[in-house]
Ligand binder design. Structure first.
Ligand SMILES: [Zn+2]
Length: 311
């Protein structure tokens, strides 16, 4: 029997929130969730190395090479500086996420993060740390952690560990804001969902592709289509709506998602990193959509995440 839609208003589950220390505190996030009717949120750590673009000269050279086509009108040094500022703002430790989760254990689920670009011993010590802190999943982000999903050996280790712990892995797919939207950057291209296809076929790990596979200003449709194709063929794949909720206003995308099954779609807000939006704004796009059924809205906004995190 269908529950009235009002029940979802008081029980939204947001699977994609960044507890960035310089922008939000645990209390201000809880206030924002209360305002938006969000009862639970997944808060994500981001294991980034803020000074990597000055200390790793090989990486720096790769990025300057990738920017060559733009070097007549953009100074690569300035872009590297702006990338560094993004890394400095975004870095969010596992400790920080655990501390926040501990202050509101009924409202937050904490995901740890580990940077696959680091050494094998670093990766195993961080995985142990995530386990000890009692976090419940892992966030990976090729754009800001600078790795290739298929060429990086630590990625398989991380998946093996996650499978053993029954942790979901949330993967940033799609581009990132600002300089990380420049399509000639190899680490932007490595965030294409297709690079995960082989691995997700072989694993039991539940994988969430963030941003429906395709956040970005240009050609995001082909990225989203690739993520949808992978989800269609692999029942362990989920897609979150963060930063691309507007895609659910497009009848074509909705028809494709319906074909895969809306049980694979999770509400995410990406709060507070998407300028000019709020959790409530993103929620209302789904809630007020004339092309989604009431049942689909409830599944996206709450039920699918509830099932995923109680299994
Ligand atoms: Zn995000």
């Amino acid at each position: 029997m269908n529950k009235p839609l009002d029940s979802s208003l008081s029980s939204v589950f947001d699977v994609h929130v960044h507890p960035i220390r310089s922008v939000i505190s645990a209390k201000s996030l809880i206030d924002e969730m209360d305002r938006s009717g969000v009862s639970k949120a997944v808060i994500l750590a981001l294991d980034l190395e803020p000074n990597i673009l000055t200390t790793d000269l090989k990486l720096r050279e790769e990025i300057i090479d990738d920017l060559w086509a733009y070097s007549y009108f953009i100074n690569p040094e300035q872009l590297l500086d702006s990338m560094t500022r993004i890394l400095q703002t975004g870095v969010t430790s596992n400790d920080q996420v655990a501390e926040m989760r501990n202050s509101y254990p009924d409202r937050f689920i904490g995901f740890g993060s580990v940077n696959p670009s680091k050494s094998k011993s670093y990766v195993s010590s961080i995985l142990d740390e995530i386990l000890l802190l009692g976090l419940h999943g892992i966030k990976l982000i090729p754009t800001l952690q600078f790795f290739h999903p298929q060429k990086n050996k630590n990625v398989k280790r991380i998946f093996k560990f996650a499978a053993k712990q029954n942790w979901p892995i949330l993967i940033h797919t799609g581009k990132d804001p600002g300089p990380f939207e420049i399509p000639t950057l190899r680490y932007v291209q490595y965030s294409h969902p297709r690079f995960w296809e082989k691995l997700v076929k072989k694993t039991t790990v539940k994988v969430i592709f963030a941003h429906l596979g395709g956040f970005g200003a240009t050609d995001d449709e082909s990225w989203i289509n690739s993520a949808l194709d992978i989800a269609r063929n692999n029942s362990n794949i989920f897609l979150d709506t963060s930063a691309v909720t507007y895609a659910l206003e497009d009848p074509n995308t909705v028809a494709k998602l319906r074909d895969i099954g809306f049980d694979h779609v999770l509400f995410g807000s990406d709060h507070p990193v998407v300028h000019g939006t709020s959790i409530e704004h993103s929620k209302n796009i789904i809630l007020k959509s004339p092309i989604l059924t009431e049942e689909e809205k409830r599944m996206i906004l709450f039920e699918n995440a509830q099932k995923l995190f109680s299994s």
